[in-house]
Design a protein around this ligand. Sequence first.
Ligand SMILES: Nc1ncnc2c1ncn2[C@@H]1O[C@H](COP(=O)(O)OP(=O)(O)O)[C@@H](O)[C@H]1O
Ligand SMILES: [Mg+2]
Length: 393
Amino acid sequence: MWGTQLTSAIKLAAQARGYSKAAKDFEDKGQFVKARELYLKSSKLYNEASSINTDRTERNTQRDIAQHLFSKAQSLKSNSPNSTKVETENHNFNDQQDEESISKSDFVLKEIPKIGFDDIGGLNDVKEDIRKAMIYPFTHKELYQHYGQKAGEGILLYGPPGCGKTLMAKAAAKECDAEFINVKTSNIVSKWVGSSEKNIKQIFETARKSKKAIIFFDEIDSIAGKRSDSKDYSKRMVNELLAQMDGVEQIDSDILVLAATNEPWNIDPALRRPGRFSKLLFIPEPDHDARLAIFNIYLESRPIDPHLCLDELAANTEGYSGADISSICKEAADIPLNEALKGGLIRNIELRDFTTVILRRSPSIKSWYIGAQRSIKNSGEESIFKDILERVA
Ligand SMILES: Nc1ncnc2c1ncn2[C@@H]1O[C@H](COP(=O)(O)OP(=O)(O)O)[C@@H](O)[C@H]1O
Ligand SMILES: [Mg+2]
């Protein structure tokens, strides 16, 4: 899947390059309105590319280019005495529409998640930790107050990709019946450009309007990198996030902030101080029982051979993530489906289908551990991420 994402990112970036080249031509000819329109289009595409690019360095470069092009478009807006009314009409260019297209809805999604803890296989310790940190303070408010315990500690979920971080955040919101404010951090970056702090504020204001809300920053590394390594606009973003989280701690007992990342070592350490994301929860790859539970979830409504031993499938998928297992089930089901489409018998999904699929797919977790262990050692944060270092990669 990562390979496909990378290909799409490359295509988007190529398209973006085309737009920025055309924008420059219009700018050189003095047609600033059209130039601005194309710079904005290019900036948006570079951001889309960066949001799906799996290569961290390229991702950052594309984001920086997007930022640069956006600023360029902004500067044309204020310095375009030459742009004529005719040009404006010709291109039906409308500032307000442009501002709206960079509006809150692009990075904040309010939703009521449908999945709960039962839809997540395994991870029982993590579920209990989340109940204590996020659910019981809501459901047993008086008890918590009685003992002087406050809710509101932010939680950072971290671990290998595809193992249920995003799933867990959504399920947590459903379990405590809170509004789920899903912040699309990869999109936010584009919208920060020029008005980053304002947008962070807006997210928290949106949450304050709800009776009870969970703000979830998925892939938070894309907006909360170490300030020492980052550009000015990123620094301002992290500072605002810190200020808002401190505000939540002091005044908003009905807002909880959750975040997830595959690269916790890349996050600004100030975000982990008390009152902010002070609780770190490791979401590991599924163990045998968890894999069994995940197979059960994804095969529950599919026609499987009654002799199929799910225990055996779980035993043969060590090192595979929950996302891998979900794909294995889909691909195994595709085999008899395709046969039937070609006129073959309609049969159940059998062990041999799973074996075929498992053999052609290698476990995705190992390479993540190798990279993670190297990065943690380089960052000097060995004591914080012991969970990751202790695993045999
Ligand atoms: N423990 C699990 N139980 C059930 N499905 C899982 C589990 N872990 C991962 N999945 C599947 O993998 C997909 C990706 O999981 P996700 O939560 O987005 O991973 P992460 O956020 O850790 O990268 C989910 O949509 C789900 O289909
Ligand atoms: Mg995720």
